[in-house]
Design a binder for this molecule. Sequence first.
Ligand code: GDP
Length: 467
Amino acid sequence: MEGKVESDPDLHRREMAVETVAAIATPPGRGGVGIVRVSGANVDAIVAGIVGRSLAPRQATFAVFRGAHGEPLDEGLALLFPAPASYTGETVLELQGHGSPAAQKLVLARCLDLGARLAAPGEFTRRAFLNGKLDLAQAESVADLIEAATSAAARAAARSLAGEFSREVRALVDAVTELRMLTEATLDFPEEDVEFMREADAAGRLARLRERLAGIVSRAATGARLNEGLSVVLVGRPNVGKSSLLNRLVREEAAIVTPVPGTTRDTVERQVEVGGIPVTVVDTAGLRATEDAVEKIGIERTWAAVGRADLALVLVDARDAEGALPPEDAAILARLPAGLPRVVVHNKVDLAGMAPRRGGTGGGIHVWISALSGAGMDLLEREVLAAAGVASVGEDTFIARARHVEALRDAAMHLAAAAGHIAAAAPALELFAEELREAQDALSSITGEFTADDLLGVIFSRFCIGK
Ligand code: GDP
């Protein structure tokens, strides 16, 4: 496939084998325990230099960590994991001292003096990947677990780390490969090929494969949302209740609510959780014609926020007729980017004497709520998830990234093309096999069997140091 080269893990392993890396693995700051982690081929020299005696594998040994002249730097537990039974697959040493940034720096500096170099961000996990301890999707889920913004995201990341996502992708790769092998074997006997493929039910197999893949695409899309979150922008005329809705969503007084139109002159962002998905809600300056310079800037920022959002909630007053929105509201709706999902929120049902409800009219999805009383918020939260195309987060949601969803969609596209070739009156088996190969490559890029080196660089550079 263009732009992709098969990475050669052996090459990396040979290159890295000479280098021992070290880093502080615990977060900066003071705490009970601080860990310095070392990995590589030359760990024995570091054990000898700091601990002063050999360590039994995988046993906690209490030791004084010593400097170049035998002076104590800290004390704590030393743990040695000889290769290959370690996180990285290389020999790993953990020095679990005190959570003192100053003492940890001394211990780290001592490791560097003894021949280690400072680990790059994500280097431990990168080595684990290159040594076959984790596949690429699992390695990414390590970072996603560390970064998880909600407990649902953390659970989904743990599932991916345990290999659930990778297993499903691999099973698909195996099924595609099998079908391709069958086709290629058939191509060697041109007289019987078409009949043979028919008997082997190649079209039926492909159809089932595509169905399975479609299921995984939708779950991965939810997983990517869970990971990356959703950005929801609140827009509307001044005084329709945008700030009140933000407060209701956040359940705290984040934005200033006043009865004076034009109070929110800048955008205000808050993080909330809707159905387990981390959602950034952006409250914006009310949209209206104005001569006030400051308010104008606020309105410009509103449109900039709209441009970055995944979903717009357009607030209107429930007392206005549903069918014919006031021209100002209609103008706001018309100005939203065409592809941006939106929900029209009719606020203040309490003043309109209405009950909360949802409905779809010609203008899309409408929900009636009261930001003040909270009536209808459950309906709104459901619509937010639905409009953003997020299936609800369940026990089978695994964490995923945009890159995974893209690869899955790419594979789905090639399988669709393959289906076209096999369904033709005179099936084009060579093209069929070629599309299957492309689908296989796309799927393999998820687990990293077939991934460009520069992509690996990007993925691991986003890790924290020490992981
Ligand atoms: P914004 O300018 O769109 O941000 O509107 P605000 O949130 O500041 O609200 C304007 C006024 O409407 C305030 O006095 C709110 O208390 C009031 N308000 C907002 N939502 C409701 C609601 O659902 N019911 C009632 N009765 N008043 C509301």
